[in-house]
Design a protein around this ligand. Structure first.
Ligand code: SF4
Length: 265
C-alpha cells in the first residue's frame, strides 16, 4: 500500500468510528514510507498499535513513534523463540520490549504455540508479568503460509489446545453475544485487498478503492447458532477460530484446539 492509501484507510476507519488499528506487516517498520505514515498517525483518533518483531525498535525510532501501544512477537524463551526466528532473536525482542516500556508505551506480546516452545510458557508468563506487559495473546498457528512447509512446528489440537489457557489481558478479537470470532474485525492486506482476517486472503471483500465501509458491509458475521458446536461453553469459547475449524475439515465445525482447551474432548 502507498502512503496515500494508508492515510485513506485510516480516514475511512475513523469515519466509521473504528476503535483500534493494528499496524502490521510483515514487518511494518520496513515500509519505505513508514516515517511519513508515522507523522500523520496523530491526526486519527483511534488507538494505534504497532505490531512488530522488535528488531528495528531503536531508541531513535521509539523517541518519535506516534502509537499508543507496541505489540511484539515473542514465540518462547530464548531456546523456543530462536528456534523459530533465528539466532539472537529473543535477546533483541526482549530488549525492544523493555525499551518500549521505558519510553512509556503500553506494551503487549503475541506468542504462537509451536513444537519448540512447549516447556516455556510458565517462565514466559512470569517474565512478561514482571515487565508490566498489558496483554499477552497466545494463539496456535493456522496451517497457512510458510507453516504449510514446516508442519513439524505445529503440534496437534490435543497438545497445543492445552496451551491456550495461557495469556492475559483483553484477548485477541472481542465479540458479541451470539456471534463468533471477528465480528468487529477486518483486515487490509498489504496489497490493498480487504479480508475478514489475513487467513482469508483467498476470499477478499473488495479493495480499499471500494471504500472500507463497502468492504466491511460484505462481511458475513458468523452466528454461533450456525455452528456444529454442542457444548455449554459456546458463549465463552465462541466456537474458537473459524479458519482453524476449516483447516480441520469443516468451516462450521468445532475448533478442536478449543475443545481440548476446555477439556470437552
Ligand atoms: S469448546 Fe469446542 S464444541 Fe464447545 S464451543 Fe468451543 S469449539 Fe465448539
Amino acid at each position: 500500500m502507498s502512503v496515500g492509501e494508508v492515510r485513506s484507510v485510516l480516514s475511512g476507519f475513523e469515519a466509521m468510528q473504528g476503535l483500534r488499528v493494528l499496524i502490521s506487516g510483515g514487518e511494518p517498520l520496513l515500509h519505505p514510507g513508514f516515517g511519513e505514515i508515522n507523522r500523520f498517525l496523530p491526526d486519527f483518533r483511534v488507538r494505534k498499535v504497532l505490531f512488530t518483531n522488535g528488531t528495528l525498535l531503536t531508541r531513535e525510532v521509539l523517541r518519535g513513534l506516534n502509537v499508543d501501544e507496541i505489540q511484539i512477537s515473542i514465540d518462547g524463551m530464548e531456546k523456543g523463540h530462536d528456534a523459530l526466528r533465528g539466532a539472537d532473536g529473543f535477546r533483541r525482542a526482549m530488549e525492544a520490549l523493555r525499551l518500549a516500556g521505558d519510553y512509556g508505551f503500553d506494551v503487549s506480546v503475541a506468542t504462537m504455540v509451536h513444537s519448540g516452545n512447549l516447556g516455556e510458557f510458565d517462565e514466559m508468563e512470569k517474565v512478561f508479568k514482571g515487565l508490566g506487559v498489558r496483554d499477552w495473546t497466545v494463539d496456535v498457528p493456522c496451517a497457512a503460509g510458510a507453516l504449510k512447509m514446516n508442519r513439524g512446528l505445529q503440534p496437534g489440537p490435543e497438545v497445543a489446545g492445552r496451551y491456550l489457557k495461557y495469556g492475559f489481558g483483553s484477548g485477541p478479537h472481542g465479540g458479541e453475544e451470539g456471534f463468533g470470532c471477528g465480528l468487529h474485525l477486518v483486515c487490509v492486506l498489504a496489497d490493498g485487498r480487504v479480508a475478514k482476517c489475513s487467513f482469508y486472503s483467498d476470499r477478499t471483500l473488495g479493495r480499499i478503492e471500494d471504500g472500507l465501509p463497502a468492504c466491511w458491509g460484505r462481511l458475513k458475521p458468523v452466528r454461533l447458532s450456525d455452528l456444529g458446536c454442542d457444548c455449554d461453553l459456546i458463549e465463552t469459547c465462541r466456537g474458537g477460530c473459524r479458519f482453524r475449524a476449516e483447516t480441520l475439515g469443516d468451516p462450521l465445525g468445532k475448533d478442536l484446539y478449543k475443545c481440548h482447551l476446555y477439556g470437552i474432548l
